[in-house]
Ligand binder design. Structure first.
Ligand SMILES: Cc1cc2nc3c(=O)[nH]c(=O)nc-3n(C[C@H](O)[C@H](O)[C@H](O)COP(=O)(O)OP(=O)(O)OC[C@H]3O[C@@H](n4cnc5c(N)ncnc54)[C@H](O)[C@@H]3O)c2cc1C
Length: 371
């Protein structure tokens, strides 16, 4: 396993990454981006085990409902880079379980990549969203054929890919880019049906970063974003060679959507579990503020807090149902129930603003102006 310091050192691998018009030669030492490196390094140290054959618990493939349940608090604690890595690994495992009709070689390559990632204790980011260009046109009818990442050359030992993926969380801070189609593909879209793993420092990869980190000398007024920010990367693939061992799909259009659908399941589980944790905090905050202001006994305040409690309880119930009703894939990996996961995530997100509005209403103006 890697320590935080070893992780920092691993980023000095010749990667081409840019911020606000300048090349970033020293990610750990960068005044803004370096903070993300520090947070990620702290996550490494938190779970470090010096045993030579140890692997990170964050890279484990769950095989039961209990495993799934135990991972949730670990992932919340471990931060975004661990979350996207875990989700990438589970995406490949889920996709492998749904791809038994295609070349068996793909599944072996995915399993080999997962094992390599576990042994190397690396971080993997999810490179899915294509530039997409004119949304009313499919990939092959775009004015710019690179609007979706595609294969531009097939060689004896690998493929060459070209295009760009947008908004990729933490792209510059991981080691591998799990590069998969953003949508279903049709006949004629074989070149855009490409799934593969690309090292961040591969020749031809360039990443342009943006961040919502506060540009302010005193970050005390930014208690969340001042401490935790994960820049998004605009990832350019400028004719990048990918050896076949790292290619998980090449041209089988019928399976292009399997990866994005598999990823969606795990992203929604992550989103739902975060909403569940936050909903309890919002209820607690509302109750504390009401008690502090002497409004806890007033009927409309009690009604609002009751509604918040019902919301928190219902979404927790969907999370529990998603885990309890998990299914076990052909290779022994556990997957949360899709229907409960999707319904819970949808409901949590759709009602979030309503719940926060109750908290604002109960808290009054001080919630905005407290120094
Ligand atoms: C903070 C942040 C972090 C992100 N992190 C990641 C990441 O780590 N990895 C990653 O891969 N992506 C990431 N994304 C990208 C995110 O998944 C996309 O923004 C999202 O999928 C929407 O795609 P889009 O931005 O291209 O919008 P669009 O797809 O253009 O959608 C905009 C609107 O147009 C509609 N629309 C578009 N095309 C059609 C069509 N053909 N028919 C009907 N309606 C259509 C949509 O329904 C929607 O209403 C991130 C985004 C953000 C904001």
């Amino acid at each position: 396993m890697l320590t935080g310091d070893q992780y920092k050192e691993s980023l000095r691998d010749g990667r081409k990454t840019f911020f606000e018009g300048k090349t970033v030669d020293d990610l750990p030492g960068h005044p803004l981006l370096g903070k993300t490196v520090e947070t990620t390094a702290a996550g490494y140290d938190r779970f470090f085990d010096p045993a030579p054959d140890a692997t990170s618990p964050l890279m484990t493939v769950p095989s039961s409902a209990d495993d799934l349940r135990e991972m949730i608090p670990l992932l919340h604690e471990a931060g975004m880079m661990a979350h996207v890595t875990y989700t990438s690994i589970q995406t490949l495992k889920t996709a492998a379980g749904r791809m038994d009709d295609v070349k068996p070689g793909y599944i072996e390559r995915m399993n080999a990549f997962i094992e390599e990632a576990q042994v190397g204790d690396i971080r993997i980011t999810q490179c899915i969203t294509d530039a997409k260009g004119d949304r009313s046109q499919p990939p092959a009818k775009q004015n710019d054929l690179d609007s979706y990442v595609r294969v531009v050359d097939r060689q004896r030992d690998g493929v060459v890919i070209r295009g760009a993926k947008l908004h990729i969380t933490g792209a510059s801070f991981g080691h591998e880019l799990l590069t998969i189609p953003t949508k279903a593909m049709k006949a004629g879209e074989e070149d855009w049906s490409i799934g593969c793993a690309v090292p961040v420092n591969a020749e031809g990869v360039r990443i342009i970063n943006t961040t919502y980190a506060p540009r302010h000398e005193d970050i005390r007024s930014f208690p969340v974003s001042g401490e935790h920010h994960y820049p998004e990367g605009f990832v350019i693939f400028d004719d990048v060679f990918v050896p076949y061992e790292r290619v998980f799909l090449d041209g089988e259009t019928a399976f292009a959507a399997v990866f994005a659908h598999s990823l969606g399941l795990w992203e929604r589980l992550g989103g739902l579990s975060a909403f569940v944790e936050e909903a309890d905090q919002l209820v607690g905050l509302a109750q504390l503020v009401a008690e502090a202001n002497g409004t806890a006994g007033i009927s409309h305040v009690k009604e609002k807090i009751s509604e918040m409690i019902i919301h928190a309880t219902l979404i927790r119930a969907t999370l529990e149902a998603a885990i309890d009703n998990c299914s076990i894939g052909p290779e022994g990996a556990a997957f949360p129930n899709e229907l409960y996961t999707n319904a819970g995530k949808f409901h949590a997100a759709a009602n979030y603003n309503h719940i926060v509005r109750h908290l604002h209403d109960i808290a009054g103006g001080a919630v905005l102006t407290t120094p």
